[in-house]
Design a binder for this molecule. Structure first.
Ligand code: ADE
Ligand code: ZN
Length: 326
């Protein structure tokens, strides 16, 4: 077995994937038809052509526009089931999945409708594929603290189905500290905290996410390399980074995959994991990311095994499940 084939088949966890970012053009047009809507793109090819991004914001504009086709609980269920099937095919045994409820409640979709659909999809995915999953609610950082608090209040009846809370959307000029009080409440509710930090924003946002929000994992975190003391801290404390290689190249965080800081972070002893972020927008799912990294860096089997082990260890799966996989 080649190192790449080995990496494809390894049991692994995906810890950074936005369910809205798994909306493939085919499903987007099918849902638009089902809901009597017209997308602002003539066909799948035109939508695909719109995915030439220049930065994070240029992607987010399209991502939020396409999410408009998600209306009823069965739309969210279909989306979730499609993702879990795709992840399963790539050896993913466990997925911790972000959702952005504010994108939906702002359009008048009830929070309960979103939750019912996501949970139905997860239950069917577990039945069909044996894949386990968790949900992570992300607050949109371009919106206000007040709106985040309102979203947290709306989520409270569903906390049994939400394992953690995160922070996503436009990073620049929206530092983690903007949501210090919201995440204090999240911690008081006994929920885990993660945050996107150090994707387009500075390394100092990673430090802030750890110190001010109490984040236990950092989503992206690839700009940590700008602060050597922070890199030593991440390594010493075993803080996992959920790195998304194809996303970073498509959003021009790095000019090419060879410029990615993933090998430097691994060499420094940081617990790095590989993830797909928004696979329908960035050119691929888990194993497409693995292939792109392999083409750039040619990791050996031991390195791929370590990356898969990192993902399972850093996951919130139960001890019994972890013992089965690791
Ligand atoms: N929402 C979906 N994908 C995202 C990303 N890569 N960064 C910030 N917000 C996002
Ligand atoms: Zn993300």
């Amino acid at each position: 077995l080649s190192a790449l084939e080995f990496a494809y088949r390894m049991p692994k966890a995906e810890l950074h994937v936005h369910i809205e970012g798994t909306l493939e053009p085919e499903l987007a047009f099918a849902l638009a038809r089902r809901n009597g809507l017209t997308l602002p793109y003539a066909d799948e090819e035109a939508l695909h052509a719109a995915k030439a991004f220049t930065d994070l914001q240029s992607f987010l504009d399209l991502y939020y526009a396409c999410a408009d086709v998600l209306r009823a609980s069965h739309d969210f269920a279909d989306l979730m089931l499609a993702y879990l099937g795709r992840a399963h095919a790539d050896g993913v045994v466990h997925a911790e999945i972000f959702f952005d409820p504010q994108t939906h409640t702002a359009r008048g979709i009830p929070f309960a409708e979103v939750m019912a659909g996501l949970n139905a999809g997860r239950a069917e995915g577990a039945r069909r594929f044996g894949i386990t999953s968790r949900l992570i609610l992300c607050f949109l950082r371009h919106l206000s603290e007040e709106e985040a608090f309102a979203t947290l209040a709306a989520a409270e009846p569903f906390l049994d189905d939400i394992d953690g809370f995160g922070l996503d959307s436009s990073e620049r000029d929206h530092p983690p500290a903007k949501f210090a009080r919201v995440f204090a409440r999240v911690r008081a509710l006994g929920k885990r905290v993660v945050a996107h930090a150090g994707e387009e924003g500075p390394a100092s946002y990673i430090t802030e996410a750890l110190d001010v929000l109490g984040a236990s994992r950092i989503d992206h975190g690839v700009r940590a390399v700008d602060d050597p003391a922070l890199v030593r801290r991440l390594a010493a404390d075993g803080v996992a980074l959920t790195v998304c290689p194809l996303s970073n190249v498509r959003l021009r965080v790095f000019p090419t995959m060879k410029d990615h800081t993933l090998p430097a972070l691994m060499a420094a002893g940081v617990r790095v994991t590989i993830n797909s972020d928004d696979p329908a927008y960035f050119g691929g799912y888990m194993n497409d990311n693995i292939r792109a990294v392999h083409e750039a860096f040619g990791f050996d089997r031991a390195t791929w095994a370590a990356l898969a082990r990192n993902s399972l260890e850093a996951s919130w799966a139960g001890a019994d499940d972890k013992a089965r996989w690791i």
